[in-house]
Each structure stands twice: as structure tokens, then as C-alpha cells.
Design a binder for this molecule. Structure first.
Ligand code: FES
Length: 95
């Protein structure tokens, strides 16, 4: 497992090349939107503006340049953009 840097709406967090992005962002204290967590609903859709991911099988529609955070494993340092401000969880703020 390699350590990576994930930039989310301009904010840098630590990541790895082993787990889905959604899990890694949540561990970093961010709260991206999600519903199904298995590639069905599209709620976790975001733009991949730099870097690369391995996109696992998913049913939800994504436009060119978009990925599903719940089904994407980073393969490099990368940058993501969500269409909304990704909140920090209250527990992360207090740490
Ligand atoms: S949370 Fe449903 S597709 Fe990612």
C-alpha cells in the first residue's frame, strides 16, 4: 500500500492506493455525499481533475471526467472536485 495525496476542492488529505476514495475521504474527516456505497446511485459522483483511479464496476451514470468515489481506488496522487462544499465532520474539527 502506497501513501498518496488526495486534493479535494483544493484541500489536501492523506490517502492510499488500497481503499475506495469514499472511505479514505471519510477517514480524513470529510463528509462527501453518498447513498448506496456500491456504485448504484451516483450520489458520490465527482470530477477527477488530476491523477488516476481504478474505477471498479458500477451501474450509476458518470460523465466523461467524472468518477464514483465509492467505486474508485486511487492509482496516483489526484485531485477531485465536488459540485458542493465538502463538509468536515464535527469529530474531525475537534481532533
Ligand atoms: S454512493 Fe452510490 S454510487 Fe457511490
Amino acid at each position: 500500500m502506497s501513501r498518496l495525496t488526495i486534493t479535494v476542492n483544493g484541500q489536501k488529505v492523506s490517502g492510499n492506493n488500497d481503499e475506495p476514495l469514499l472511505v479514505q475521504l471519510e477517514r480524513a474527516g470529510l463528509q462527501p455525499e453518498y447513498q448506496c456505497r456500491n456504485g448504484m446511485c451516483g450520489a458520490c459522483r465527482c470530477k477527477l481533475t488530476a491523477g488516476s483511479v481504478e474505477q471498479r464496476e458500477a451501474m450509476a451514470f458518470v460523465a466523461p471526467g467524472e468518477i464514483l468515489a465509492c467505486r474508485s481506488i486511487p492509482t496516483s496522487d489526484l485531485s477531485l472536485e465536488f459540485d458542493y462544499q465538502v463538509q468536515l465532520s464535527p469529530s474531525a474539527v475537534n481532533e
